[in-house]
Design a protein around this ligand. Structure first.
Ligand SMILES: Cc1cc2nc3c(=O)[nH]c(=O)nc-3n(C[C@H](O)[C@H](O)[C@H](O)COP(=O)(O)OP(=O)(O)OC[C@H]3O[C@@H](n4cnc5c(N)ncnc54)[C@H](O)[C@@H]3O)c2cc1C
Length: 386
């Protein structure tokens, strides 16, 4: 059993590390301050093939796997989480549903442009009245047999990548009928950007991830062809649960990157900053804080890589993905808090990367299933049914 990365994964890690350091780090702070989407950085990520990492070459991908995606996300998030979440949402929420559940025609239509970063995909599950309880979807899609279309009405909230200039599609969950027992049939439907009646609100003003795009969506008699159904009718909820299971591994890799970035910044700062006539890092109290941060980042990495390896090998990974997401998001918040403390007053200044990391850490305990939802999933895997 070898926990080290294979040479091709290590090469990818180094390439993304260099990109994050040389291209992202010098520019991202300004975008973040202006709450602006970093098109030029995202374009470059597209050119590098990052949006196509886990997809086969026949669809324009790089022929890699979920481990490769996690490696790229971790290295990006060591420097900045806005670009990392843009990649995460574009790949694991935007393109992956099309790859996993789409027809050959849908894959050929959408994947090559998503893999190259020419367009971004988004995933619209959360609604104003239901995030954790995603089965409570209220958005409806009614068949119009006369025109061969779905007619969609409803709204979605907090949707990443949904309103950029390069957003190409949003896959939405909608109720398309009722089962014999009265429960809703939830299906996934591709809605191309610009479809009449489909509107995106202005970006939210967020606490963090400020250089990423998050919006509320409204569907007012939106008509799309019946052929835009993704996978089988009534399987939308199950499909999205699968997508979320995988997505948790990606978020966990991202959280690990943030936790490691806090270590990187703290080691640097503790060696430079002097107090009482010597570097603050000469104090064992500071060294121990950083040692604990490194331990947490390391264990988080072991967790997400374990879940990713199981996924790649085709083994069950649901519990491991939830464990990894729960643990890594918790330690990302812990490390961000400690890194800010080590930076003293400067840690509270937005020009320091740790301030950005602090603001970006909290959402990791909320998005793609809150920490409470992860605990529910883990408990279920342990046999609790209530
Ligand atoms: C920046 C950002 C980006 C996002 N991107 C996307 C996206 O691209 N696509 C998308 O579909 N969604 C997205 N989301 C939505 C996100 O996934 C939800 O916010 C999240 O799932 C929580 O849902 P909620 O906000 O409705 O909280 P709620 O479900 O209302 O939960 C509120 C609180 O109650 C707790 N709770 C709920 N039920 C239980 C229970 N049974 N037991 C114990 N505690 C419980 C929750 O854990 C939470 O602490 C995004 C959110 C944000 C903030």
């Amino acid at each position: 059993m070898d926990h080290r990365l294979a040479p091709e994964h290590e090469e990818l890690r180094r390439t993304v590390e260099e990109f994050a350091h040389d291209v992202v780090a010098p520019k991202i702070g300004d975008y973040y301050e202006r709450h602006e989407f970093p098109y030029e950085i995202v374009r470059e990520m597209g050119r590098m093939g990052l949006f196509g990492l886990p997809f086969p070459e026949e669809y324009g991908g790089m022929g890699g796997d979920y481990l490769a995606l996690g490696i790229a996300l971790e290295e990006l998030a060591r420097v900045d989480s806005s670009v990392a979440i843009t990649l995460e949402a574009g790949v694991s929420l935007g393109a992956m549903p099309v790859y996993r559940f789409g027809t050959e025609e849908q894959k050929r239509e959408w994947l090559p442009r998503m893999c190259s970063g020419e367009i971004l995909g988004a995933f619209g599950l959360t609604e104003p009245e239901g995030g954790s309880d995603a089965g409570g979807t209220k958005t409806t899609a009614v068949r119009d047999e006369a025109t061969g279309e779905w007619v969609i009405n409803g709204s979605k909230c907090f949707i990443t990548n949904s309103g950029t200039d390069i957003t190409g599609l949003v896959t939405v969950t909608a109720v398309t009928g009722r089962k014999p027992d009265g429960r809703p049939l939830i299906s996934s439907i591709i809605v191309p950007s610009g479809t009449p009646g489909f509107t995106v609100a202005a970006p939210y003003s967020k606490v963090g991830w400020n250089a990423s795009d998050t919006r509320e969506l409204a569907f007012d008699d939106v008509r799309v062809p019946l052929a835009n159904l993704l996978g089988e009718e009534g399987r939308g909820y199950a499909q999205f649960l699968r997508i979320l299971d995988e997505g948790r591994i990606a978020i966990s890799a991202l959280a690990t990157g943030l936790a490691q970035g806090c270590v990187d910044e703290s080691v640097k700062y503790a060696k430079e900053r002097h107090a009482f006539g010597r570097p603050i890092g000469d104090n064992q109290a500071i060294q121990f804080k950083i040692a604990d941060m490194e331990m947490r980042a390391h264990m988080a990495r072991v967790g997400w890589r374990d879940a990713a390896s199981r996924l790649v090998l085709g083994e069950p990974f649901k519990k491991e993905a939830a464990l990894a997401k729960l643990y890594s998001s918790t330690v990302a918040v812990d490390n961000a808090r400690e890194a800010t403390q080590i930076h003293g007053g400067y840690g509270f200044m937005n020009e320091y990367p740790v301030a950005r990391m602090w603001r970006d850490s909290k959402i990791l305990e909320i998005g793609e299933g809150t920490s409470e939802v992860q605990r529910m999933l883990i408990a279920r895997e342990l046999g609790f049914t209530a």
